[in-house]
Design a protein around this ligand. Structure first.
Ligand SMILES: [Cu+2]
Length: 152
């Protein structure tokens, strides 16, 4: 019972904190200053041996997780690729101005790269991995290639 009361006390404290944070963010920003919206996205890369994703062929394949994702037009997004494979992979999308190589993992430490993308126009943009890797994955959407949907 004593423990239960303690939990209630902690929860009450937390909700007070959340309440004040919400009040703060709701405060009007200075006149004429419109903040540029910012977003974050993490893409995980795993190899066939790390059981990234099973294909309709019943075999495991290299894949970006997720390989198909959405961005918002006019919203700057910070993208981090975390690569667990011991080979490099890349994200190439010329129409979005992207050509980014995620370095190979070293032992259990994944390779990482962070970049920003600031899509201007809504639409569907193809991307592919430009590093020679799993040939099947490189030719199948949802694995080493995919579609970036930019919404208005
Ligand atoms: Cu690849």
């Amino acid at each position: 019972m004593k423990r239960l009361l303690l939990v209630f006390a902690v929860l009450a404290g937390l909700s007070a904190l959340v309440g004040s944070a919400a009040a703060q963010s709701a405060a009007p920003s200075p006149k004429g200053h419109k903040a540029h919206a910012v977003s974050k996205l993490t893409l995980i890369v795993k190899s066939d041996e790390e059981h990234a994703k099973k294909g309709p062929d019943g075999k495991w394949h290299d894949a970006f997780l997720p390989a198909n994702f959405s961005l918002k037009a006019g919203v700057k997004t910070t993208v981090t690729i975390v690569n667990y494979d011991d080979a490099p992979h890349s994200l190439v999308s010329p129409s979005l101005g992207l050509n980014v190589v995620a370095p190979a993992a070293k032992g259990k430490t994944p390779g990482r790269i962070t970049f920003t993308v600031d899509p201007k126009k809504a639409g569907r943009y193809d991307w592919w991995c430009g590093e020679p890797c799993d040939p099947w994955a490189m030719t199948h959407n949802g694995y080493m290639r995919g579609v970036i949907k930019v919404t208005a």
